[in-house]
Ligand binder design. Structure first.
Ligand SMILES: [Zn+2]
Length: 239
């Protein structure tokens, strides 16, 4: 009897653990709300986003492709990377793209205290404002990981939590794989996640050449299917 009770408890614990992991991690989970995962589904509009920059030379290469194809994008920047590459952060904005907050040190937010989460966000807001002249209104957590205290911290600052609904899995795939994965999830209103940097690693430890190689093919295929690239801003509730 005791064994059965213990086994049941273990199963319940496991199921709860899996559910809790899903709730904090998977972008489509609505456990921490509100969050922008996907924009309006009327019209064939999609938004392109890049995380973990600025990181040379991949941010420059990404910007050159976006400029050549006249595609607007949003870059979720880490404060530490902005400090290391202020000119690149300014260039992102000068070329008409938007920037968002992706924490200072690419911190995994699980089990972090609310003051620690707030400090990561605030330090990045200050760095970005100093460099590009404005404080972003959008935040994306590293790894998509949400934790208690994040949503109220963002609300206090008038910021939106942004996740994604399509990705090229460019942290593990080669260029053709990135193109295929991105297109597989293409639907009206999707927010596409790609990367122009890698966490807060220094130059020399970052290689986003597969993403850069994949980008022109993604742009061509997305447009070929009748979709239009719009700024992520268009998907946010107007305030
Ligand atoms: Zn990231």
């Amino acid at each position: 009897m005791l064994l059965i009770a213990l086994a049941s408890l273990a199963v319940v614990g496991l199921v709860f653990g899996l559910w809790f992991w899903w709730a904090c991690t998977v972008p489509t989970s609505k456990f921490f709300r509100p969050a922008l995962i996907r924009g309006p589904q009327e019209g064939k509009r999609i938004a392109l986003t890049f995380d973990d920059g600025p990181a040379s030379p991949f941010t420059e290469q990404t910007l050159a492709i976006l400029r050549a194809h006249e595609v607007p994008a949003t870059f979720f920047l880490c404060g530490k990377n902005v400090e290391a590459n202020p000119d690149l952060a300014r260039r992102i904005v000068a070329e008409g793209h938007a920037v968002g907050n992706h924490t200072y040190s690419h911190l995994l937010l699980y089990f972090q205290s609310r003051p620690r989460i707030a400090a990561e966000i605030d330090r990045t807001q200050e760095v970005i404002e100093k460099v590009v002249g404005y404080r972003p209104k959008i935040f994306r957590p590293p790894y998509g990981a949400r934790w208690f205290g994040l949503v109220p911290t963002l609300r206090e600052r008038g910021m939106h939590l942004v996740l994604w609904s399509a990705t090229g899995y460019d942290w593990k795939k080669d260029a053709p794989g990135i193109v295929a994965a991105t297109l597989q999830e293409l639907k009206p209103g999707v927010v596409i996640l790609l990367h122009d940097g890698r966490e807060t690693r220094p130059a020399g430890q970052v290689d986003r050449s597969f993403t850069v190689q994949a980008l022109p093919a993604i742009i061509a295929a997305v447009r070929g299917r009748g979709y239009q690239f719009v700024p992520l801003q268009d998907f946010l509730p107007s305030t």
